[in-house]
Design a protein around this ligand. Sequence first.
Ligand code: ZN
Length: 396
Amino acid sequence: MVTPCDVPVGVITGDDVTKLLQHAKDNGYAIPAFNCTTSSTCNSVLEAAAKCNSPVIIQASNGGGQFFVGKSIKDKDACAVGSVAMAMHVRTVAPFYGVPVILHSDHCAKKLLPWFDGMLEADEAYYAQYGEPLFSSHMLDLSEEPDEENIAICVEYFKRMAPMKIWLEMEIGITGGEEDGVNNEDVDPEKLYTSPEQVYSVYEALSPIGNMFSIAAAFGNVHGVYKPGNVSLQPARLQTHQEFTKEKISASEDKPIFLVMHGGSGSTDEEIATAVKAGVVKMNVDTDTQWAYWDGTRKFVAENSDYLQGQIGNPKGPDAPNKKYYDPRVWIRKAEESMGERCGVSMDKLGSKGTFPPKKPESGTTPIYNFKPIAHNPLKDAVEGVSKMVASAMGK
Ligand SMILES: [Zn+2]
């Protein structure tokens, strides 16, 4: 068994993120990153991580943030606010599950940069108060733009993130398929394979600023589950990226680059294993857990159909109540259990299962609000100011 990584439980940031991802790379496993859209999906993921003794990554997409704040909110900042709300939820509950959690945001294309700016603003505000960013990590995906522009924008943002020690994931080359409203189904097939030179050019631009970055290089991966098509997955290409950069920088480490795998749904176990061996430390999982969540509900409805047709009346009698079946805590729980099981499958395939025995806190020992004490408390200052005024008015 792998010696567990020495990082705290709950949401981790800064050097702890680097330590955990390096631990994954050194020990040949990857951490699954699950897209979440509700507190319920976040909790399924956390429960699965605790059950499987695994660190985990929870990520908000732009659309996930919109859903978290509520679909009816059309404010221009809605997606950022929803992502912040999800982050606050995860931060508050994660310590109770006893495993380390990386809080991340998914693909951000050029047109979505205001969302990114909003989250960074929250990171900066959180940092000012608590000495760490709100999120552990963010992804920028300018892969649709020319490489120079893609890299230049990443450099600018990375400079802003580095002082707060926020991890940056970037994409070069294109992940095919459709995700979160971005459709790459008709993209030039050549762009679906990133070259070693492209990967190195990212390394060259970002490494002078800091080492907290990872690259989602395309190797024929596709978002979503499709019938086997004309693009073939070639994870062996990732090894060439490592070799090329290692040679360029005369690194002592065989895998100098942190790689990320997108579009892993529907990949074979062997393809995943090859990718992890080549230095993939994070793999995104969305489509398969979406299906699993629904499948839990589907099975419950199929098995209990006679109890779900009205508030009253089932095979036990015309007046028998059905509340125990339609209560959301019953059928949503089935969805959570099913999704959690599927999360466990990813942890198993990626080798993160069993790498972190949960440090479950003793009951009552975790703060109900998981915030560090703040250096400067405006509320306390105001209260003290008022008492001083009162005291002086009373001539004391
Ligand atoms: Zn992706």
